[in-house]
Design a protein around this ligand. Structure first.
Ligand SMILES: [Zn+2]
Length: 133
């Protein structure tokens, strides 16, 4: 086996692992409308993450520190927020409320028990309280 072949094999292995383990966080598509910032694909993101729109909206309002609301399939925030910041916050949401803290898989759901929201993992069975709001 020559070097190129070895290299190809190594590369194949790496991309296989990445495909299996990496969850692609949906990239928010934002636009500015006057003094408002809009996430055009808000519903799609919530759908993909399998989280209630209202929960994700509450989180973003809090994190971005501005009023906002869901309008149709879009999220509308008061004020100009950079695309980078919106995207960082969506990633943070995924880290805090979607990825299982025990096994790091994304096959999870948000459940509520005695008024405490918890992340419940369908892959490993872990259940853990999340930040409440
Ligand atoms: Zn898990």
């Amino acid at each position: 086996m020559d070097y190129d072949e070895l290299y190809d094999r190594a590369e194949e292995k790496i991309s296989e692992t990445v495909d299996e383990e990496r969850f692609e966080v949906p990239e928010p598509e934002t636009m500015q409308e006057g003094e408002k910032t809009i996430i055009k694909n808000f519903s799609k993101i919530a759908d993909k993450l399998r989280r209630p729109e209202e929960h994700m909206m509450n989180f973003l309002r809090r994190e971005l520190g501005v009023p906002g609301s869901v309008e149709g399939s879009r999220a509308v925030f008061q004020g100009r927020i950079t695309e980078r910041k919106v995207s960082d916050k969506v990633s943070q949401y995924v880290d805090d409320f979607v990825i299982c803290p025990a096994c790091e898989k994304v096959d999870t759901e948000l459940v509520e028990e005695e008024r405490i929201k918890k992340i419940k993992c369908e892959a490993c069975g872990a259940k853990q309280a999340v930040r409440q709001f």
